[in-house]
Design a protein around this ligand. Sequence first.
Ligand code: UDP
Ligand code: MG
Length: 326
Amino acid sequence: MTLYLVIPCYNEEAVLPETSRRLAEKLTALTAAGKISADSRVLFVDDGSKDRTWALISECHRADRRFGGVKLSRNRGHQNALLAGLMTAKERCDAAISLDADLQDDLDAIDRMVDAFHEGYDIVYGVRSSRETDTFFKRTTAQGFYKFMKLMGVDIVYNHADFRLMSRRALEGLSGYEEVNLFLRGIVPLIGYPSTTVEYERHERFAGESKYPLKKMLAFAFDGITSFSVKPIRWVTGLGFLIFLASILALLYILVVKLLGFTVAGWAATTASIWMLGGLQLLCLGIIGEYVGKIYTEVKARPRYFIEALELTPEEPEETAENQAE
Ligand code: UDP
Ligand code: MG
């Protein structure tokens, strides 16, 4: 079985030497154990880094052909970089595992993912068993996010980020999703096929700093909700309906009051309702505009990435006999 480890890297020069060393060890161990074939690869995706990331990847590739690299033409963000890597791996592997360059995801979970693949699972989700290494803030916001997504009716795996194994046919399924607002952990459960989870401890980032500042995290969460759920629109519709009913009742009341001949100095009520309705309308327009914006970007169907360079040695000819035996 040919395994590809797909690793998006954005300005990761601080972690790459150590990461590639540990991944080489992992590949060697898995190959020796007969779990994966010798044409398995580590595929780094350079997401338009501004530092020496691509130079380091090329160096890795020259020193050891089990390392490959894809260079994107500019920074396209984590999800797009991941997709570029997975789609590059798709034709070349039996299964691909995506993980972060900082190795926060436990490498030993890879063994268990590969075992699950051999048992016949197409998708294996890496699920965090605890969030002790996170700051209080990240922990609560992340858990709130998962709960909120469930509430919105989006099917996502609790405490699963982007550490997962996907078989070739699952990857082919993924390639059919042509949306531009990529939120992979929402799309993958939609593909289906037999799937299971593997628990792991998440470590601290061992060098460099997080490439996901709060701003990017919030944008990502917001994308996740609006790309997968139409519930906000339903809520707006429901709210509009309720206000409409209320306004009919109010109209009846006003008519009755007028016919009975009470003149009310209704300044307070009038101004209050103008402000309230104005605010509500703005809010609703804003939410609807959010979706119109999404339609706009989807309709344009812009390409999501371009591969600028590819350094990858797909097969080792002398090993093919052994691969056949696998
Ligand atoms: N990453 C990327 N493009 C970006 C931002 C991040 O490819 O624009 C990669 C990054 O190199 C890392 C992974 O996405 O391999 C996760 O990022 P990070 O570890 O900084 O996020 P955190 O673990 O702090 O959430
Ligand atoms: Mg990280």
